[in-house]
Write a protein that binds this ligand. Structure first.
Ligand SMILES: Cc1cc2nc3c(=O)[nH]c(=O)nc-3n(C[C@H](O)[C@H](O)[C@H](O)COP(=O)(O)O)c2cc1C
Length: 175
C-alpha cells in the first residue's frame, strides 16, 4: 500500500508523529502549510488557503492526515486539505496528537467530535484513525490540567508507554 502522510503541526508534536509514520510505513510525507497564520484562522472559524503540497494526492492508495486539535475543532489547515483534495483521496485515516485522552473524548474539547467531523467531510473514504494524547506522558505526580497537557512536546526520549503503544497498534493495523 502506498501511503501519503500529510500533516499540519504548529508546535512539533504532529510533525514528530507524522515523521514516525512516514518512516515506519515507508510512506511519503507532505507538510500542509497555511497561507496565513492558521491559529488566527481557526479562532475565526475560517478555512482560507493552504499552499499546494509537494505531492499528488491521487498517486496514493491512502492518505494519513495528521494534526492537532484546538478548542475541540478540526483545525483550519486540515479542513482545507480535505476539502481541496476530497475527490482525489481514495482512503483517509486521521491521526491526531492532541491534549485530551479517552476520559474527555466526548467533551466539548475532546477528539471524538473531530473524528466525526472528518468522517462527515470524507464520507465513505474515511477509514478510521487514532488519537494520541499528550496527557499520557504526564508523570503520576503531575495533575493533567489543560496547561500541563498543552506544554508537553514529544521527542524520541518521552515517546514511550501508552502513547507508543497506541501508535504501534495503529501502525500494525495498517501493515
Ligand atoms: C490553543 C490550543 C487549544 C487546544 N485545544 C485542545 C482541545 O480542545 N482538545 C485537545 O485534545 N487538545 C487541545 N490542545 C492541545 C493540542 O492539540 C496539542 O498540544 C497538540 O499536540 C499540538 O500539536 P502540534 O505540536 O503538532 O501543533 C490545544 C492546544 C492549543 C495551543
Amino acid at each position: 500500500m502506498k501511503y501519503l502522510v500529510a500533516y499540519y503541526s504548529r508546535t512539533g508534536n504532529n510533525r514528530f508523529v507524522a515523521e514516525k509514520l512516514a518512516a515506519d510505513l515507508q510512506a511519503d510525507l507532505a507538510e500542509i502549510k497555511p497561507m496565513i497564520n492558521a491559529f488566527l484562522l481557526n479562532i475565526f472559524g475560517l478555512t482560507l488557503g493552504i499552499k499546494k503540497i509537494a505531492k499528488n494526492v491521487q498517486d496514493y492508495e491512502a492518505v494519513i492526515l495528521c494534526g492537532p486539535i484546538w478548542m475541540g475543532q478540526l483545525v483550519a489547515p486540515l479542513k482545507k486539505f480535505i476539502k481541496k483534495n476530497q475527490k482525489m483521496i481514495k482512503k483517509l485515516y486521521f491521526v491526531t496528537c492532541c491534549g485530551g485522552g479517552e476520559a474527555e473524548k466526548d467533551s466539548q474539547f475532546g477528539y471524538e467530535g473531530v473524528f466525526k467531523k472528518v468522517e462527515y467531510l470524507t464520507g465513505s473514504t474515511f477509514a478510521g484513525g487514532t488519537a494520541l494524547s499528550t496527557s499520557w506522558l504526564l508523570s503520576d505526580q503531575k495533575e493533567a490540567t489543560p496547561e500541563s497537557v498543552m506544554e508537553i512536546k514529544l521527542n524520541e526520549h518521552n515517546f514511550q508507554g501508552r502513547i507508543k503503544e497506541a501508535y504501534t497498534q495503529f501502525v500494525y493495523a495498517l501493515v
